[in-house]
Every structure is written in C-alpha cells, then in structure tokens.
Design a protein around this ligand. Structure first.
Ligand SMILES: *Cc1c(COP(=O)(O)O)cnc(C)c1O
Length: 357
C-alpha cells in the first residue's frame, strides 16, 4: 500500500478551539467550511461536539452534510442562502444564515408574507466595514435591521462583519473596521461577531459575543509571529521509496530544476501535487525525514517528489517523511510556494485521512 496519508489529530483540534475560547471570551463558532479546511468536516464537528457553541460553513450543502451526520448544533451559513429553496431547507434544518445583500433580504421578506409560522430564523446581518466584498453599507444597516424586524419569520438578529487585514499587526485599517462595526452595533443593540482567527489571536478590541475561528483551529497561526501555542492538526506524511546518488552535473526531474554540484543522495517520496502538495514549492522547502530536517530538491511531480538525503546517511527506503505538521511549519511551506496555509490544507486530496482521537 502506498505509504502516504494525512494524520488528523483531533485532540489538537480541541486544544486549539479552547485557545480560541480562552482568548476571545464569549462564544465561538468553529468554522468548518471547505470540509473543515481539508480535515473532514463531519469528524471535526464530532470531535468538537461536547464543547463547541456552534459551527459555521460557507453554504447550505455543507451544512446538510453535518445535519445528515447527526450534528444538532447551531450551524451558520456564512454566505447565506442563494435562492428560495435554500431558505426553505435552511429553515427546515434549523440553520442560521448571514444576510449580506438585498436579494437575500427579499427572499426572507417573501417567505415572511407566505408564513404563519413562528419567528424561527436566526439571521446574521452582515455589514461591510471595509472589506468591500459582501455586506450592507453601515448607513443601510438600520433600515435593513428594521425590515428584518418586520418579518414575522425572523427571530434573533446578530450583527456580523469581516476583517480584511487582521493578519497584519498594527494595521490601522483594522482599527477603522472595528470602530465602524462598534458604531453600528451600538445603534442596533444586537449581539455581535467580528473576529476571525487573526482577530481572535491579535485584536482584543474586536472581541465581542461571538468569535468565528477557522484556520487557528487547524493549528496554522495566521499572524507573522506565531504565538499562543496552537497545535498543528494535520500531519501530511509519506515515505522514501527509492534512493540514488546524483553525480556532479546530473540534473533531477522535470525541467532539470536541480543540478547536483557535488555527489548528492536523493530520496524519492511517494506524494505529489495530485495529493495537494504544491507544485510551486521551490528547492529548499523544508521537510522532516525520520524527525530530522531535510529539504525538497527538484520539481514536484504528480505522484512523487524528491528530497536531499546527503546529510542523513541513516535515512533510506522506508524512512518517514513529513511534508507539514508538528515538525514542518505549513506556513513556511506555503510562503515558499507563494500561497497560504489555507489553500494547502483545502487542497489535500487522494491520500487517506487517518484520525487520531
Ligand atoms: C472563513 C471565514 C472565517 C474564518 O476565517 P479564518 O481566517 O480561517 O479564521 C470567519 N468569518 C468568515 C465570514 C469567513 O468566511
């Protein structure tokens, strides 16, 4: 059997959720969109079930997977509903929804006119405080809030906004977003939610009733200086399955991107870009071999990649290789590959997921 897998440490996930709760105070929706950033949404939801205040996913279909698995917690749809069918299903499955634009508000108003039922919808009114992607302008918020209040199918209303640059310490734009948000919240007097992972970790001014931590749950610290002892949840693991010595002047792999300048012992590792390891990772990207640091050399192929074992004479066929996890910082891999930990984690595929609970 191909010795490649993603090991998911559910204890680390619970640890990170507790870090978020302790730092932020109040309640925290564990963000499980994109199949829990590639970690398996159902397993992660189950692992957190005893302590999570609720979950957040991007859209209805992601929430239904959790409901079908028996998850009864509150689940927020961060993008809200796309059409009237979504609204009906969301209502039927007791899902909370963001309302960030006029068309969604109209769908709720239309349903309100058609219903005689209870005011059961928990709506999260999204204001745009500076991200300029989704959300009502702050000066529209009062009118939208009043329209929602007038809907007999709407119960609770929570105010939500999203920060664009919370992962940049001392960024004044974040302070401006926080101030905008608090001004609207004060006028409307409803419960609030502003903090993603970065704000949970680094912007106490943004903390309020509800946090929405995502990436931090998976142990990838979004701040430039990691802190707070987050534990990586995923270890992407494989093995060396062949070795060879390159002579000076010999090139390695596609594009001859690495050329040996001295006798170089190469290990062939059974994982590639079809498994989600980034093809853009450059020569020198860190890996760990039997727990010791080593580096990627040559271009990443679809099913395999190559590493330099010259400094590890005891390593050979069968040696364990960690591509990221507790021994290899995913942020370093991501930075070299020109992306962020989020994308690497979401892209993991083809390898089996093994859960440690
Ligand atoms: C994805 C998402 C989050 C979580 O973001 P992280 O940076 O992963 O913590 C929070 N809020 C919204 C609206 C999101 O879309």
């Amino acid at each position: 059997m191909r010795p490649s897998f993603a090991l998911i440490d559910l204890d680390a996930l619970r640890h990170n959720y507790r870090v978020a709760k302790r730092l932020h105070g109040g309640k925290a929706l564990a963000v499980l969109k994109a199949n829990a950033y590639g970690h398996g949404a159902v397993r992660c939801a189950q692992a957190l079930a005893a302590e999570a205040d609720g979950y957040a996913v991007a859209f209805l279909e992601e929430a239904l997977v959790l409901r079908e698995a028996g998850i009864r917690h509150p689940i927020l749809l961060l993008e809200g509903i796309f059409d009237a069918d979504d609204l009906q299903l969301a209502q039927g499955h007791d899902l909370w929804m963001v309302v960030h634009q006029e068309s969604q508000l109209r769908l709720i108003e239309d349903a309100a006119r058609a219903t005689t039922g209870a005011a059961a919808l928990h709506v999260w009114l999204k204001v745009d405080t500076g991200m300029h992607r989704a959300g009502f302008a702050p000066e529209q918020a009062d009118a939208v809030h009043a329209r929602l209040r007038a809907c007999r199918n709407v119960g609770e209303i929570t105010l939500i906004s999203h920060l664009a640059q919370a992962d940049e310490p001392d960024q004044p734009a974040t302070l401006r977003q926080i101030a905008q948000f608090q001004a609207v919240a004060q006028r409307l007097g409803c419960a609030r939610s502003l903090s993603n992972s970065a704000a949970t970790l680094a912007w106490p001014q943004a903390h309020c009733e509800w946090a929405r931590p995502g990436i931090l749950l998976y142990g990838a610290d979004p701040m430039p200086q990691a802190s707070h002892g987050l534990r990586p949840v995923m270890s992407l693991e494989s093995q060396v399955f062949a070795t060879r010595i390159l002579q000076p002047g010999e090139a390695l792999g596609y594009g001859a991107r690495f050329v040996a300048d001295q006798p170089t012992r190469i290990g062939l590792v059974a994982i590639g870009y079809a498994d989600g390891y980034p093809r853009t990772a450059p020569n020198g990207t860190p890996v760990a071999v039997d727990g010791k640091p080593a580096r990627l050399v040559g271009r990443v192929s679809m099913d395999m990649l190559t590493i330099d074992l010259s400094d590890l004479p005891e390593a050979g066929i069968g040696s364990a290789v960690q591509l990221w996890g507790p021994l290899v910082d995913i942020n370093q891999v991501a930075a070299g590959a020109g992306t962020i930990s989020y994308e690497l984690l979401c892209n993991v595929k083809r390898v089996p997921m093994i859960y440690k609970d």
